[in-house]
Design a binder for this molecule. Structure first.
Ligand code: ATP
Ligand code: MP5
Length: 272
């Protein structure tokens, strides 16, 4: 059985964070484990408060997982403060897991900040180099690269800039753009386009968490990166198509094993 770990924040309303990650792992048939970095009192409309777990406790949770069960892939999500980032970086450097997918979460869908803006330098210098694949959305790619993104060409430029910071693979997600939901992967040699029709819904709470966890699951299952992303794109698109109109704000994605089988996307390989 493949074992996948999420290191992220807890969303008590179940749509994003650790909860979305564990649902995604279960739908992929892999064994899910979690290290909670922050407890977030949030729902589909707002973030009420954030309480970070002490860095020593973050490290002890990571030790508990690695000294006993071990992992085949890791997804890293919300890291709100420099001290949390440093604790996670220390332990990832110590255990050197394979298949590390990092989602550099900065804001919730409703615009509430989930990362202290002063942590950006630590994110760039301590966390980004640990990623086998980094999955910024457009505002996150803009913040990391300083490049304004208004087109697919801008997404490519942003991906290239972030790659040059020392990130092995960069997947810029287009959920915040208009038109097709286009994501662009850059591996230092080629750009790969993953495209799906945009679904007309406000219920996209947790899409980024779902996507990065699906990529980590697929990597743990032995798929190469392009195939892992292609399958994850199908999974997240399906999870959005079946998202739930619950709560007063942006409802959550929905997770089913059976729906994972549907093919919805096209992959286009483009030369550099
Ligand atoms: N309305 C939509 N229809 C189809 N696909 C979408 C839609 N919104 C987002 N996506 C897709 O969902 C995935 C997550 O992308 P997005 O840019 O929303 O991430 P995110 O902003 O990090 O998510 P989160 O809301 O969890 O922070 C991407 O594959 C994106 O293309
Ligand atoms: C604990 C936690 N982690 C990540 C997100 C981002 O997800 P979204 O932007 O879909 O709200 C979130 N809202 N909460």
């Amino acid at each position: 059985m493949e074992k996948v770990l999420t290191i992220a924040g807890s969303d008590c309303s179940g749509g994003a964070g650790i909860q979305a990650d564990l649902k995604t792992f279960a739908a992929h048939g892999v064994y899910g484990m979690s290290v909670i970095v922050s407890v977030v009192a949030e729902n589909t409309s707002r973030v009420i408060d954030i309480q970070d777990v002490a860095p020593e406790m973050i490290e002890k949770q990571i030790d508990a997982v690695f000294e006993d069960i071990g992992v085949d892939a890791v997804k890293v999500g919300m890291l709100s403060q420099p001290c949390c980032m440093k604790a996670v970086a220390r332990k990832l450097k110590e255990y050197k897991p394979q298949n590390v997918v990092i989602d550099p979460v900065m804001y919730a869908k409703n615009g509430c900040p989930l990362m202290n803006p002063s942590a950006i330098d630590i994110l760039i210098h301590e966390i980004l180099p640990l990623a086998d694949v980094l999955t910024p959305n457009i505002p996150e790619a803009e913040r990391i690269s300083g490049i304004q993104i208004n087109s697919a060409e801008d997404m490519e430029q942003g991906a290239k800039y972030i790659y040059d910071l020392g990130v092995k693979n960069v997947l810029v997600k287009g959920g915040h753009a208009v038109g097709d939901a286009l994501d662009i992967l850059y591996d230092g040699k080629q750009f790969y386009y993953f495209r799906a029709q945009r679904i007309n819904t406000k219920n996209t709470h947790g899409t980024g968490c779902t996507y990065s966890s699906a990529i980590a699951s697929n990597l743990s299952l032995g798929f190469d990166l392009q195939e892992a992303v292609r399958r994850a794109k199908e999974y997240v698109t399906t999870a959005i198509r079946h998202s739930l109109a619950i709560g007063k704000g942006c409802g959550p994605t929905h997770h089913f094993y059976d729906l994972y089988q549907n093919g919805l996307t096209k992959t286009i390989i483009k030369n550099n």
